[in-house]
Design a binder for this molecule. Sequence first.
Ligand code: NAD
Ligand code: UGA
Length: 463
Amino acid sequence: MSKKITKICCIGAGYVGGPTMAVIAQKCPDIKVTVVDINSRRIAAWNDEDVDKIPVYEPGLSEVVAEARGRNLFFSTEVDKAIDEAEMIFISVNTPTKTYGKGKGMAADLKYIELCARQIARVAKDDKIVVEKSTLPVRTAGALKSILQNTGNGVRFDILSNPEFLAEGTAVQDLLAPDRVLIGGDSEESIRALADVYANWVPEKNILTTNVWSSELSKLTANAFLAQRVSSINALSELCEKTGADVNEVARAIGTDSRIGPKFLKASVGFGGSCFQKDILNLVYIAKSYGLNEVADYWEQVVLMNDHQKHRFADNIITTLYNTVSGKKIAFLGWAFKKDTNDTRESAAIHVADYLLNEQAEIVVYDPKVTEEQIYADLDYLNTRDEKENRKLVTVVNDPYKAMKEAHAVAVLTEWDEFRAYDWQRVYDTMLKPSFVFDGRAVLDREQLTDMGFEVYTIGVGR
Ligand code: NAD
Ligand code: UGA
């Protein structure tokens, strides 16, 4: 018999904590789920009366939140209270790449995780199951256990690893029907307690249990494999452009081999998102720390290839525009790291923009879900030039036709569906001539645009 869970607390109300807990609450009406965060603005947004103003944009999410919020789903800044009440505590805080000290630029920064552990230890007055939901370096559960046991109030802590595999843009769908739920741990009873929560909607055969180290390492590995596919196809996209092949045709041809499979073979301007780069660098750092230099080099190449892809896209724009973009207006369609999300972390668009701004381009950005404030914050964060200069060179508009009017070139950085549906003849009529389109996502109809008179470059398509 496992313990029946009636109260869950989740520390971290971000892109993972928010949607994951909303779905647990929707599917388990008998469990009270409280999501806490130290960021009071974020919590206020999760509690916004207008459910469309929640801080994470995901198709279908506001409906799930609307159903469960106030019933058995709560968002709060009272972290201690939620820890005290809960039988099971998820840690879903950020684990970014370290920006200082040992492991700078590679290792995961675990300071937020450690703070959570110390807070749980201080507050907990009865036994707790602590669930690692954040993506963590393999063997972190050992560190957590040591902190909890040595600073706690003599209560028992069981630690489980339960990494999240959702992708942004499809988070709700992924949470409702996951390929698998992975639970790693030592205590059969605690594993069962967590499995029983998921069993409310996930078939038992999709709930995998492993030892805690396999679970932690599987999460990093899954992201490394996925990113490696993108870098593999992106590496080939360059060769296709040189040889007259079409990477989309190559992807289709190889993807029909069931051993390769059709998914995750879409050439792009480079993968972005908060996790692929961070998790691979983390894997590289772990391999190096065990002296496994060949293993480290192998995986690092996935990130190097990705950097190259972003640079060569920007470089191609400059070369094509007669080797100068200085003072030229370039319209960016999309800023998010993929469609159907408002998340911009590590988005290829940021790096392409930065590269072009170094060449004194004037960039006008349109993205259906990303705010002007976020776009400037992303550029300022790079620290390449001062904030005033970023605001002088970059304009953000909420009308795509305005963005493209009188532009020398259009660059597609995100694969938003609406880009296909634009009146491209109208765009052509208002652009400067020759009118260049650089399609970094291969989403536009190349033939149709070429017939209209555009000069079209599509990633991975040779002439
Ligand atoms: P996020 O930055 O959106 O959210 C993390 C939240 O934790 C922030 O709101 C922050 O204020 C809060 N926080 C930090 N320290 C805290 C503390 N001590 N107490 C209370 N709140 C605190 O991050 P995210 O995208 O949700 O990612 C969280 C974890 O999940 C990361 O480890 C990430 O690698 C992993 N992950 C992310 C995704 C994804 O698609 N974003 C998918 C799978 C796994
Ligand atoms: C990814 C994984 O897919 C999730 O399983 C994982 O949980 C998550 O990382 C995480 O740990 O954070 P996410 O980054 O949200 O999810 O989105 P993806 O769909 O994986 O896309 C990542 C990047 O790769 C995007 O920039 C996307 O445009 C790019 N991509 C993806 C391609 O360029 N081509 C493809 O074929 C697929």
